[in-house]
Design a binder for this molecule. Structure first.
Ligand SMILES: Nc1ncnc2c1ncn2[C@@H]1O[C@H](COP(=O)(O)OP(=O)(O)O)[C@@H](O)[C@H]1O
Ligand SMILES: [Mg+2]
Length: 242
């Protein structure tokens, strides 16, 4: 059974069809890229998965259970995490304390203080911030802040992580560094569904890529195959890959 499945997902905003009959299935322990030109419906699809937007038609299933119609908090509790839903790190708290806040309010909240601390430190290690645990969040570089956001999302112990342009604002090298951690998290058993506008570094690691164009899913497959598709090239005509 697929971990996440979309069936005929459609979203209409007045006269605009933001999504049209989108069908997809994501297997466990995969890193799946979602790409497409600006305005093609990527964020809308994530909002539907996480319960912030109700589709006009269709449904989403997580571990076989219909989640469409459930509240965002209920969907998060089932194990779907996302980065941009989480509050920005508290600048005057240490990196470790920021993650401890997340752990305390997440699914590990019932653990004792020592276990919570171990869980928070483990999350920081996973995103390469182990040595920064005692630093104030305000002292982090932008790339480190992005990785702290990843650690905060992990604190909720998700099975599936939705990442909507987490690396935006970073220079190319910084993007590559953050995206390398997506691959590491997948090796740890997590499933990741990631949107990136500058998608090249993501496609280096992705198992699969889905392409949206004007609300329609126009390709779905291994990155090399999908990027060789004339239809995908056509969708990106005139778009800058920054
Ligand atoms: N709340 C909204 N109300 C009206 N139109 C919206 C709303 N959210 C998104 N849209 C429109 O839906 C389309 C898809 O948007 P979005 O999912 O944000 O695209 P992407 O993330 O691929 O850039 C765009 O044309 C956008 O303007
Ligand atoms: Mg978007």
């Amino acid at each position: 059974m697929a971990l996440l499945e979309g069936r005929g997902v459609a979203k209409r905003y007045g006269g605009l069809e933001a999504l049209r009959g989108v069908e997809f299935a994501i297997e466990e322990r995969q890193l799946v890229a979602l790409i497409g030109p600006n305005g093609s419906g990527k964020t809308t699809l994530f909002q539907i998965v996480s319960g912030l937007v109700r589709p006009t038609a269709g449904e989403v299933r997580f571990r076989g259970v219909r989640i469409t119609g459930r509240a965002p908090q209920a969907i998060a509790r089932l194990g779907i995490g996302r980065t941009f839903q989480i509050a920005r790190p508290f600048p005057d708290l240490t990196v470790l304390d920021n993650v401890l806040v997340g752990v305390t309010f997440g699914r590990a909240g019932r653990l004792g203080p020592a276990e919570r601390r171990r869980e928070a430190l483990g999350g920081l290690e996973l995103v390469g911030l182990g040595t920064k645990a005692g630093a104030l969040a305000s002292q982090l570089s932008l790339g480190e802040l992005k990785r702290l956001e990843l650690a905060l999302a992990l604190a909720a112990r998700p099975g599936l992580l939705l990442l909507d342009e987490l690396t935006s604002g970073l220079p190319p090298r910084g993007r590559e560094e953050v995206i390398a951690f997506y691959a590491r998290l997948r090796e740890r058993g997590l499933t990741l569904f990631a949107i990136e506008h500058a998608f090249r570094p993501l496609l280096v690691h992705a198992d699969r890529v889905l392409v949206l164009d004007r609300g329609e899913l126009i390709a779905d497959g291994p990155p090399a195959e999908v990027m060789a598709s004339p239809r995908v090239a056509e969708a990106y005509l005139g778009e800058e890959d920054d």
